[in-house]
Design a protein around this ligand. Structure first.
Ligand SMILES: Nc1nc2c(c(=O)[nH]1)N[C@H]1C(S)=C(S)[C@@H](COP(=O)(O)OP(=O)(O)OC[C@H]3O[C@@H](n4cnc5c(=O)[nH]c(N)nc54)[C@H](O)[C@@H]3O)O[C@H]1N2
Ligand SMILES: Nc1nc2c(c(=O)[nH]1)N[C@H]1C(S)=C(S)[C@@H](COP(=O)(O)OP(=O)(O)OC[C@H]3O[C@@H](n4cnc5c(=O)[nH]c(N)nc54)[C@H](O)[C@@H]3O)O[C@H]1N2
Ligand code: SF4
Ligand SMILES: [Mo]
Length: 861
């Protein structure tokens, strides 16, 4: 066993430190790093189970040209030649890169430099456009620079924390635990503003289930109230003449409550809480950013904090929390088409400075195309060569069906990825194998501007190479020989750090001067540090006047429901999955929290539409349609649906949220309004339901509904369909077959044994019950006989139910039974009885909810 390597989590923008100890060829023990200031040793369920994702299953290990394996020289030459030719024939704007907040800063820097300084176009955009760009635009308008104002320590010091459009308990669980600790320690008040009652909202003192898209009205309402109460002094802030006039009318409590569809008493309570607690942190994420009003929504929050002086002092900040592990690093190097590099824009001086610094051959002179426009240009044939790195736009872009058509029509598509086959890479002419987490080396910046090293602890498998190397190689082969001679990430880091300091006499807060000359050994040993410790404490802002700006923002009209699309679709994340599941999908433990893509709907809406809990629904929008499993959810607002973003063609015949969302964007940031698309829901009839569990891999069964999750040693498919289920048997491996049939219920149970061990089971029924999958999953590859057809162990074994605690594999039914039978009173008692919630803690909000539910049931029963 080797010594532990300190690195940073592969997933979210909390940026937790991890200690990874290699325990075998491709096995590793993962622990939270107690010395990393972002998490002090804590990890959530995703970070805890990173070890299950470092295997080589499904990895892209060699460069591929079409379906043929190629050597690096050939693949790189081809990419360089095609880009060069396209530029020569059609100009620099006929090519584009689409990159990702999952690249390291060094990778990002090189890609940005190649496009903006040498190809001469700014057609490089990143998936951060879909994620953070409204926050970036809001920061620029208010502060003059894209600076996140808050730090995690502010959460410890706050008296009131407002979570807006953020399912923190699921998406930033370690930050959420920090908030819970502050609540336990000093009684911090918590308000959650989200149309859905999420697990995050369950813990709050106040949940405001506002009408989607009405956040500007809400925050303007609070500001009008604070102004009235004499709390809006607006120090160090430029206030446009008409600013307060704009807030004079229509921002009284009643009007605001009506616009936001909230109970006036609840709204008033929020106003009073806000007014009473100067130490307020307002933390926001995609419910704010992913809106066609996103930038205004961000500025409504920033206005409130600036006007009431809740910024630049401990425990008071507007805090944009970032999604991806390096969304922030990408912003720092200029990975967005709308910024140049090192927090500079496209002003003449910036272009001249950066051009000189890079010794650029051909500088971009204007912003490039933003993601949605970029793919539109691909579809219209204006972009003829496209290189996609570390992102899966065929799943994650809005109106993804159109993106797929665009990819299919594009003359030359290159995809750099760690996995061999994604919904995007099936369209690639060239696939380049990238180094994955655990193999790559460089830096990332988390939500609080903290830069940490990611370090390799595994060797590069096959012919995989780091992204910075791949881009540099293509650049050299395009003829840019001297500007891309990097041998190691430390060289790129130093150049990037020097650029942030270049001709920076204080105009830009991002200045890495002190880290620009560190040697290779110091870079390797670099301890986590924040590039700016506590912004705005001196009351100065990086604008020409040195003052921040209030930006007049008015609530834009909310659309009335459409006749054919009477509902609205909201989309987001599950606790234990990451984006398009290329990595979390490999973890059996993470798979069991939500096994299928659900459409959550209020029970009364569902009943009116004839949608049965657990049945299938077709969700359609003007963009497309996809099937989902129906889940009744009383925490949904009436008229609204919620679906997850994770499922791709690779895992499922349905659950394709990306096909449904419309591609309308915010006018300032170009960020799509993913959280609101007009939609409708219809029941889908099925004749039978079933499941298939196989050892290893099997072809996906062909039927209406087939969703795959990884289980130990194999895969579980949930199935449903019409007609004769006999064709499902094609998915079964060969071997000794035993079966049981119950014609009355239309039930058929088949087991396949090989060498006496269970290789597969297929259970299908028309009207009967299906057994719990848990016991059968455990039988895979075990010696088996007829008894497996019973679907459970001889002595009746209690069903565990869906997994709540992924660390100790504890199911819903186990927990509710224990609460009831052992009279467990709180989350700690559940932990003592079952272990649940005592490791990573991600399930604690769910445990708290279960305690309430069981008590309620007991009271009613
Ligand atoms: N488990 C998990 N964690 C993740 C990720 C993941 O894939 N899985 N991805 C990471 C990334 S890249 C990101 S960007 C973050 C995202 O983290 P979050 O932003 O917390 O997650 P989402 O589920 O996208 O959306 C947050 C909430 O916005 C609410 N919302 C929708 N419309 C409105 C509205 O009009 N107003 C308000 N106030 N709220 C609204 C939704 O109901 C939803 O609960 O998570 C990061 N962490
Ligand atoms: N409807 C709807 N759509 C959304 C959202 C939403 O809330 N609703 N959220 C949006 C947001 S905020 C985001 S961030 C996006 C995320 O969407 P994507 O970026 O498309 O999602 P991922 O699955 O993380 O894709 C990352 C890809 O990079 C690969 N990869 C991982 N590490 C590396 C590496 O080091 N190098 C290379 N070359 N490849 C690597 C992975 O295998 C994977 O294929 O989705 C957006 N789409
Ligand atoms: S909160 Fe979880 S996913 Fe996010 S960085 Fe920490 S361990 Fe990783
Ligand atoms: Mo994101």
């Amino acid at each position: 066993m080797s010594a532990a390597t300190s690195t940073t989590c592969a997933y979210c923008g909390v940026g937790c430190g991890i200690r990874a100890t290699v325990t075998g060829g491709r096995t590793v023990r993962i622990e939270g790093d107690p010395d990393h200031p972002a998490n002090n040793g804590r990890l959530c369920s995703k970070g805890t189970h990173l070890g299950e994702t470092v295997g080589l299953e499904g990895r892209l290990l060699h460069p591929m040209i079409g379906d043929r394996q190629a050597n690096w020289d050939k693949a790189l030459d081809l990419v360089a030649r095609r880009f060069r030719q396209t530029i020569a024939e059609h100009g620099p704007d006929s090519v584009a890169f689409y990159v990702s907040g999952q690249l390291l800063t060094e990778d990002y820097y090189v890609a940005n430099k190649l496009m903006k300084g040498f190809i001469g176009s700014a057609n490089i955009d990143t998936n951060s456009r879909l994620c953070m760009s409204s926050a970036v635009a809001g920061h620029m308008r208010a502060f003059g620079e894209d600076v996140v104002a808050g730090s995690y320590a502010d959460l410890d010091a706050a008296d009131l924390i407002v979570l807006v459009g953020s399912n923190t308990a699921w998406c930033h669980p370690v930050v959420y635990q920090r908030i819970m600790a502050a609540r336990a320690g000093r009684g911090t008040k918590l308000v959650v503003i989200d149309p859905r009652r999420t697990e995050t909202a369950e813990e709050a003192d106040l949940h405001l289930p506002l009408r989607p898209g009405s956040d500007v009205a809400l925050f303007n309402g609070v500001l009008a109230y604070c102004r009235e109460a004499g709390l809006a002094h607006a120090a160090n802030v430029d206030v446009p003449d008409t600013f307060w006039e704009g807030l004079a009318d229509g921002h009284d409590l009643w009007s605001t409550a009506q616009t936001c569809d909230l109970a006036p008493a609840d709204l008033q309570r929020f106003y009073q809480l806000f007014a009473a607690h100067p130490r307020t942190v307002t933390l926001f994420s995609q419910g704010i950013n992913q809106s066609i009003r996103g930038t205004d929504q961000v500025n409504a929050i920033l206005n409130l904090h600036l006007a009431t002086g809740r910024i630049g002092t401990p425990g008071a900040a507007p805090f944009s929390i970032t999604g991806q592990p390096n969304a922030m690093g990408g912003r720092e190097v200029g990975g967005l088409a709308s910024t140049l590099a090192a927090h500079r824009g496209f002003g003449a001086q910036d272009i001249a400075d950066v051009g000189r610094f890079w010794a650029a051959e051909r500088m971009a002179t204007k912003p490039g195309l933003k993601a949605v426009d970029l793919f539109r240009a691909v579809g219209e044939g204006r972009i003829k060569a496209l290189w996609i790195m570390a992102t899966n736009p065929a799943v994650s872009m809005p109106d993804a069906g159109r993106v797929r058509d665009a990819l299919a029509a594009c003359p030359f598509v290159v995809v750099s990825d760690v996995v061999a086959e994604t919904d995007t890479s099936v369209h690639a002419h060239v696939r380049l194998p990238a180094a994955a987490w655990g193999e790559k080396d460089g830096t990332v910046t988390n939500s609080e501007r903290m830069i940490s090293r990611q370090r390799a602890f595994l060797p590069l498998p096959g012919e995989a190479k780091p992204d910075w190397w791949i881009v540099s190689q293509v650049a050299r082969r395009m003829g840019f020989r001297t500007a891309f001679t990097y041998d190691r990430p430390a060289e790129i880091w130093r150049e990037h750090a020097r650029l942030t300091a270049y001709r920076n006499t204080g105009a830009r807060m991002l200045n890495l001067r002190t880290k620009a000359t560190i040697g290779n050994a110091d870079y390797d040993a670099l301890a986590p540090f924040r590039w700016y410790d506590a912004p705005f404490t001196d009351g100065r802002f990086p604008t020409p006047s040195g003052r921040a700006r209030l930006v007049p923002v008015a609530q834009r009209a909310l659309e009335a429901p459409l006749r054919d699309w009477p509902m609205t679709l909201n989309t987001g994340r599950y606790r234990d999955q990451w984006h398009t599941m290329t990595r979390t999908g490999l973890s059996p433990k993470l798979a069991r929290h939500r096994e299928e893509p659900l459409v959550e709907i209020h029970p009364e809406d569902a009943a009116a539409l004839g949608l049965a809990d657990g049945g299938l629904a077709r969700i359609s929008t003007p963009q497309g349609a996809s099937l989902f499993r129906i889940a009744y959810q009383s925490g949904q607002r009436r008229g609204e649906l919620f679906t997850p973003i994770h499922w791709a063609d690779r895992q499922s015949s349905g659950g394709r949220t990306g096909l449904l969302t419309r591609d309308l964007v915010d006018p300032h940031s170009g960020q799509p309004g993913f959280k609101l698309s007009p939609a409708r829901a219809e029941p889908v009839a099925i004749d039978w339901r079933g499941f298939l569990i196989v050892r290893g891999e099997a072809p996906t069964p062909e039927c209406l509904w087939a969703t795959r999750v990884t289980v130990p040693g194999g895969a579980l498919y949930e199935l449903a369909g019409m007609g004769d289920p006999a064709m499902l048997e094609r998915a079964l491996p060969s071997g000794e077959r035993i079966e049981a049939i119950d014609p009355a219920r239309g039930t058929r149970r088949i087991a396949i044994l090989r060498d006496g061990r269970l290789a597969a089971v297929l259970f299908v029924t028309r009207t009967g019950e299906l057994p719990s999958r848990d016991w059968l999953i455990a039988q895979i590859d075990q010696p088996a006989g007829l008894h497996v057809l019973a679907g459970r162990a001889a002595g009746a074994q209690a069903e565990r139910g869906p997994v709540v605690c992924a660390c100790f594999d504890v199911g819903l039914h186990t927990i509710t039974a224990a609460i009831r039978d052992q009279h467990l009173a709180d989350v700690a008692a559940i932990g003592r009885a079952l272990g649940a919630g005592t490791n990573c803690g991600s399930c604690r909000p769910a445990l708290a909810r279960l305690l309430i539910d069981v008590r309620k049931d007991a009271a009613h029963g």
